[in-house]
Design a protein around this ligand. Structure first.
Ligand code: CP
Ligand code: NVA
Length: 304
């Protein structure tokens, strides 16, 4: 069987996406009663991090442990990648030793190159273009709160048209929800992703129009990892894209607020919202554990 990878959400189909969400919800219930089955004893996940992480590292490492397997953390600095070993060579070596490889890196091309040189599934733990693992947790969270009919919902993306925004576009195509996006000019989402997968997307000139009657309002940092040099400039450009009470009041009364975290309070998000009744960000963050477990199960079961 051809090795399946999770380079972006487009690597899975709608029914697989829904199955992962349902498995994540099941794992959460099992974990709450200390009944997670250790179905993946002796399975090993290598995790390559070329960028910082709290949630992605801890969720995948804990997920492997709870499933009976083991995770190995490899930072760029402490591995031979730092000394110039090609990612393709690293892929050939690691895939002979472990059952899954997760990578957080700068370019999507590097993820594709690793996948081309790996006999085991590659998981995109975030790159410049996508953050598909986060979307699994986001869709699990929305399902838990709003129910299974995600295609009935309207979601608003406010701020940078970044890796998270591109993954929301992919999710809107797969799950059928309406996605309203408002970004400053020059910070639009990836044009290819929008053209190919944006059939349920509406681009809004003003953040207020995107938030209008939304069921879910979400945003992310104005300066992603790797864009730090632009931080001061971005703070000025994105000023009117803060999710605050004024913006949130345009959404439905029972709307929820999501943020993949880490948040920069006082920039893209006002304390009044992240700590308010609208906010589901802690549930969303905790769901990274369960959606990681479900993704691991999906990829390991497929290959058997
Ligand atoms: N949301 C997310 O991926 O968090 P980390 O950067 O902490 O992994
Ligand atoms: N867009 C952010 C997401 C962090 C989880 C970044 O790439 O830094």
């Amino acid at each position: 069987m051809k090795t399946r990878h999770f380079r972006s959400l487009i690597d899975i189909n709608t029914s697989e996406f829904n199955k992962i969400i349902q498995d994540a919800i099941t794992y959460k219930a099992l974990d709450n009663s200390n009944n997670v089955p250790t179905d993946f004893t002796n399975k090993t996940l290598a995790m390559i991090f070329k960028k910082n992480s709290t949630r992605t590292r801890v969720s995948f490492e804990t997920a492997m442990f709870k499933l009976g397997g083991h995770a190995i953390f490899l930072s760029e600095d402490s591995s031979q990648l730092k000394r110039g070993e090609e990612i393709s060579d690293t892929g050939k070596v690691l895939s002979g030793m472990v059952d899954l490889i997760m990578i957080r890196t700068n370019t999507h091309n590097e993820i594709k190159k690793l996948a081309e040189n790996s006999s085991v599934p590659i998981i995109n733990g975030l790159c410049n273009l996508f953050h598909p693992c986060q979307l699994l947790a986001d869709m699990q969270t929305i399902t838990e709160i709003k129910g299974n009919n995600l295609s009935d919902l309207t979601m608003a993306w406010i701020g940078d048209g970044n890796n998270m925004c591109n993954s929301y576009i992919n999710a809107s195509k797969l799950l059928g929800f309406k996605l309203k996006i408002s970004t400053p000019h020059g910070y639009e989402p990836d044009s290819y992703t929008l053209e190919k997968f944006g059939e349920n997307v509406e681009i809004c000139e003003l953040p207020g129009s995107a938030a209008e009657q939304a069921d879910v309002v979400t945003t992310d940092v104005w300066t992603s990892m790797g864009d730090e040099k632009e931080d001061e400039e971005r703070k000025k450009i994105f000023k009117s894209y803060q999710v605050n009470m004024n913006l949130m009041s345009k959404a439905k009364d029972d709307a929820i607020f999501l943020h993949c975290l880490p948040a920069h309070r006082g920039e893209e998000i006002d304390d009044m919202i992240i700590d308010s009744k609208y906010s589901s960000v802690w549930q969303q963050a905790h769901n990274r554990l369960y959606s990681s477990m479900a993704l691991i199960k999906f990829l390991l079961t497929l290959q058997d």
